[in-house]
Structure formats: structure tokens, C-alpha cells
Design a protein around this ligand. Structure first.
Ligand code: NAP
Length: 213
């Protein structure tokens, strides 16, 4: 596929670009301040910033280019706008707060455990240049669990992306933890999303789990 990659010089984008090429895709790299030509691309991928993603993705959807969005920190209005534009163009827009399969399994196991241990809290830990808090993964985890699940955000140098879900019961503690040790962890999920884009329904589809089942 001919892929337009927004955020190509970022921490994720700089890992993703060469991996997309290794997988046989042709990559146009879009950096901050670029105005890349959209025409002729089969798909766009965005790993930028919450204040940049909307313009990039709305422009692509208006040009009838299906999109894969990894950027976090968007609000419901962003997703509603993507959904409307994608439906109007009869194309897919896939959005995932976490493209690492281990993190998706962590969310699933946490939702399952919460049926039996309903008191839970989430600690998410990320590198100190992450601009949004709490993380999209922590919010998605909490939303899949019953009741109000407090989220604690830690931002420190040296970290990449880590999360613990702590579930307490009388005399016991269950900890479900996922660690992203390098940004290669996101690559298979993004490749899978690209592969499945043409078979997804028009509009927004959220979450890697919807591609795994
Ligand atoms: P990063 O290192 O800050 O990279 C973002 C890149 O996007 C920077 O190079 C930035 O350039 C560039 N950029 C900003 N505005 C742009 C625009 N309008 N067009 C093109 N490029 C633009 O951040 P990161 O760690 O790679 O993460 C990127 C996003 O993905 C964040 O929202 C993060 O939370 C999210 N993320 C998601 C997942 C997932 O699995 N869904 C995994 C990891 C990260 P400047 O520095 O010059 O502004």
C-alpha cells in the first residue's frame, strides 16, 4: 500500500516507517509543518499529538483516504467528526489507544477479573514527554470495568509505556501488569490494522481487540 505517515520523525513514527517499508509498503513521511500531498495514497497513519491529529485525519478522510490513528488524547468530538466524515466517504477510520497485543490482553483480563474483584485502581506509567494524562489505554481499561476505577498517572524519564491494574479483595491482591519495552511492540498491530482497513465497515472502529476476534 502507499501509506502517508504523519509523525514520521516521532518516537513511534521513526520505528514504524522502516517497519512499514520492510513489510512492503511505500511510505510518504509527513513531519511537523509539512503539507504533504494526500492524493494517490491508499491509507494514512497518524502518530502525532492531540492538537495535530484532527486536522491530519479530517483532511485525509475528506480526500477519501482510509486512516489508522494511534495518537491519544482525543475527545469524543474528534471521534464523532471522524465517524461522520468516514461514513460520508464510505471508508474506514481505525482508532486504537494501544496497538500492543499484550496491552489489549491486559485490558481483557482486567475486565474479566473485575467481575470477581470489583474494587480496582489503575497505575499507568509513561515517559515524561507524553502530553496527555491519563493515558488512552488506562481510560479504555477503566471503561471496560464496572464502577468508577481511579487512575494514577506517573510521568518519568526512562519509561516507555507501562500499566498495572490492581484488584483488591479481602486478604488478597491481584496485579495485572503490561510493560512496553520498545516501540516495536506497536508495529504488528499497525500492520494488522492496515491489512484489515478495506474490510472494516464505514466509519470509526475503535480498539485492536475488534481486529483480533
Ligand atoms: P512524539 O515522539 O512526540 O512524536 C510525535 C511526532 O509528531 C513529532 O515528531 C512531532 O513533531 C510530529 N508532529 C506534530 N504535529 C504534526 C503534524 N501536524 N503533522 C505531522 N507530524 C506532526 O510522540 P510519540 O511517542 O511518537 O507518540 C505519538 C502519539 O502516539 C502520542 O499521542 C502518543 O500518546 C501516541 N501513542 C499511541 C500508541 C498506541 O499504541 N496507540 C503507542 C505509543 C504512542 P514536533 O516534535 O516537531 O512537534
Amino acid at each position: 500500500m502507499k501509506v502517508l505517515l504523519y509523525g514520521a520523525d516521532g518516537k513511534v513514527g521513526s520505528v514504524l516507517g522502516p517497519k512499514l517499508e520492510e513489510a512492503g509498503h511505500e511510505v510518504t513521511r509527513a513531519r511537523s509543518g509539512d503539507q504533504p500531498k494526500r492524493d494517490g495514497h491508499d491509507a494514512a497513519i497518524d502518530f502525532t499529538r492531540p492538537d495535530a491529529v484532527r486536522k491530519n485525519i479530517e483532511g485525509c478522510l475528506q480526500a477519501a483516504i482510509p486512516c489508522v490513528v494511534g495518537t491519544t488524547g482525543m475527545g469524543p468530538a474528534d471521534l464523532a467528526s471522524f465517524d461522520e466524515l468516514a461514513r460520508r466517504r464510505d471508508i474506514a477510520c481505525f482508532v486504537a489507544p494501544n496497538f500492543a497485543v499484550g496491552a489489549v490482553l491486559m485490558m481483557r483480563f482486567a475486565a474479566e477479573a473485575a467481575k470477581y474483584l470489583p474494587k480496582a485502581e489503575i497505575v499507568e506509567l509513561h515517559h515524561d514527554s507524553k502530553v496527555d494524562a491519563p493515558s488512552g489505554t488506562a481510560q479504555a481499561t477503566a471503561e471496560a470495568m464496572p464502577g468508577e476505577v481511579p487512575i494514577h498517572s506517573v510521568r518519568l524519564p526512562g519509561l516507555i509505556a507501562h500499566q498495572e491494574v490492581l484488584l483488591g479483595g479481602e486478604g488478597q491482591l491481584l496485579t495485572i501488569r503490561h510493560d512496553t519495552l520498545s516501540r516495536e511492540a506497536f508495529v504488528p498491530g499497525v500492520l494488522l490494522a492496515l491489512d484489515k482497513l478495506s474490510s472494516l465497515p464505514p466509519g470509526v472502529t475503535v480498539g485492536l481487540e475488534s481486529l483480533l476476534e
